[in-house]
Ligand binder design. Sequence first.
Ligand code: C2O
Ligand code: CU
Ligand code: CU
Length: 485
Amino acid sequence: MKPISRRQVLVLGGLGTATILTGCTGLFLSANGGYVSNIAENFLEPATLKSVNGALQLKLTSAEGRVQIAGRPATILSYNGGVPGPTWKVQPGDTVKVSVENQLSEPTNLHVHGLHVSPSGNSDNVLVSIDPGSSFDYEYQLPEDHPPGVYWYHPHHHGNVATQVFGGLYGAIIVEDPTPIPVSRERVLVISDITLDASGSIPGSSEMDTMVGREGNLILVNGQALPTMAALPGERERWRIVNACASRYVRLRLDGQELQLLGIDSGRFAEPRDVTEVVLAPGNRADLLVTTVTGTATLQTLPVDRGSAMGMMGGTRGSSTSANLATLVVAGTPATALAGVPIQPRPRDLRASAVDGSRELVFAMGMGGMGMGGGGSMMSFTVDGKEFDPTRIDTVVEGGSVEEWTLTNTSPMDHPIHLHVWPMQIVEQNGSAVQEILWQDVVNVPANSRVRVRIPFDDFTGTTVYHCHILDHEDLGMMGLINAT
Ligand code: C2O
Ligand code: CU
Ligand code: CU
């Protein structure tokens, strides 16, 4: 087992310090084997593919190859040769057809994270396996009342998920609002992390990195290192932010600017919330309004304590570093004021409703798991004492019912728990009732604690999964199959 990579921690600490001292210009020499990132580029976004007349059709080719990362060529994975892949912009009620061609050397597939669509057939079916050299045609039918929000797509082939997402396979999906929100500018910010060596390749992960959940020493926004955005004062920008990191939690700040959160994951708060920071576990998204104030602001991520794989042995703690992610330069003549943000429909609230059933899911780590490598030196990552088995249905729910689930984490690390197809309303955290209406599809369950959620199993039946969205944990077995009948 490779020793804990303390050097990677120092690299990130150093990035923060170095960029402050040098005023964020010029080339930054990464301490990780000499990969040179070209920082301070102008902010770029992936191409946007917009549905027309209720339909969007696209092709995604997943392949390994040379792409631009942090302003330099790197040999990683990508959809259609770019990282992130193209942004899909769709409306409730749309039909989306995606042909995935697998040019990787291992199986893959596609998952539309957070979309409320069927998990069966050639819809959002995570049990599909696309072999190297072959293709698969997905078709997703969004309901007419699909919640607006920020979603994303990524591979979900069990055992390869962390490597493929960390390798560069992800992209944003936007479901637009039925009533548009007046803004001066929209931006998509896909945050990801990666580790590259001097030749621009991804070194393998140690067992310890895998158990903690691999984190890269470069944190990217749309594949760029510290890009610069420009705006006039008094603009209302809308930032759709995806945490596409395989394991890293981010705690985002943009000090000096006014931030309001429209929603997290799917749907909207009834009114935008004033915030100073936004914490996103892996897989979470934020729909953020930024009202600009003259000056130069830095989008940064601050440390999040998500525990350690070896609590008792004092191993690596994840997401424990700070980094600067982007710069926003606000200058010039003030922009003209915009109309107010329309009040959103009041979100559904299940806190006072009766539930049809309750169950507990226990997320645990133990010694001596077989893991994917079968080596036996890895810890085990289980749900209800079992590692994932694609032939075993773990949970059966009745279509149309509302259940209350207690998500119990008995381990010394946080686990961000994700359920496909159906968003969860968080009703209790660590023993206290949640005082607001809070819907998410990735719910962080802190180390040694529990969170209660209520889930309406509406609209679809079929088989899908719940799992930890630290993707290494998912690959190691912290996932279960659920069948809605
Ligand atoms: Cu974002 Cu099951 O995944
Ligand atoms: Cu998902
Ligand atoms: Cu986990």
